[in-house]
Ligand binder design. Structure first.
Ligand code: MD3
Ligand code: FE
Length: 211
């Protein structure tokens, strides 16, 4: 099942089977334990983000990318593994129903966000990548309310969508620079046993366009 949210934005509910979700949780636990660990980024105004995150390939901190964790201990970022790029290509092919569209898709960044019950992400645009290639979003664990806005401003119109464990969303074309956010997690009942103890995991794959 594919749901087109807007031109270039496609939601594929339950795309990841349970084995894939468990494999990703295991990998994220490993990545989160390397170096300085999984941390909440600090905004230029001094405020801390409520999600905790870890990056592969390129390290993001507000609002730039670096090969080293410049806002933490300066250590080199964890490499982006080839198998994750393969997963991203499969995701783009399935979401757009077009293997040709996916053939040249080579993500080199993964941003892994963990939300605990109170965490949220305000409406923002992802503009730090130099490439217009799509963003692949994978959700695991507790469901959330995802707000998909317009490309002009933080206001209406927006569409509220529930994202559940295993869901894929691909954001490309005209939707690549749309405002979006996560107003809240939703009550978790009957969650699949992914190995995630609590909260929600979101993995986004991106193309940096950086050398
Ligand atoms: C729409 N993450 O990491 S994923 C982020 O669920 C981020 O953790 C949210 O926003 C999360 O930047 C939302 C969905 C998402 C990701 C990137 C997008 C939607 C997007 C880029 C462009 C448009
Ligand atoms: Fe974002």
């Amino acid at each position: 099942e594919r749901r087109v949210l807007a031109p270039g934005a496609v939601h594929v509910p339950d795309w990841l089977d349970l084995d894939r979700q468990r494999e990703l949780v295991r990998a994220c636990r490993e990545w989160a334990s390397e170096g300085p660990g999984i941390r909440a980024a600090v905004m230029p105004n001094g405020g801390q983000m409520s999600v905790r995150s870890v990056c592969l390939g390129w390290h993001w901190y507000p609002y730039r990318y670096s090969r080293t964790r410049d806002d933490q201990d300066g250590s080199p970022v964890t490499p982006f593994p080839e198998w994750l790029g393969d997963l991203g290509r499969d995701a783009v092919a399935d979401a757009y129903g077009d293997p040709d569209r996916a053939r040249g898709y080579r993500p080199d960044i993964a941003l892994i966000n963990h939300y605990d019950d109170g965490a949220r992400m305000g409406l923002h645009r992802d503009g730090d990548e130099q490439s217009p290639e799509p963003v692949v979003s994978l959700s695991i664990g507790a469901p959330c309310l995802f707000r998909f806005g317009n490309t002009e401003n933080r206001g209406r119109p927006w569409t509220d969508v529930e994202l559940h464990s295993g869901d894929l969303v691909v954001f490309g074309d005209e939707s690549r620079l749309a405002y979006h956010g996560v107003p809240k997690l939703l009550p978790a009942s009957d969650l699949p046993d992914t190995g995630l103890a609590a909260g929600r995991l979101n993995i986004t794959l991106r193309v940096s366009g950086l050398a």
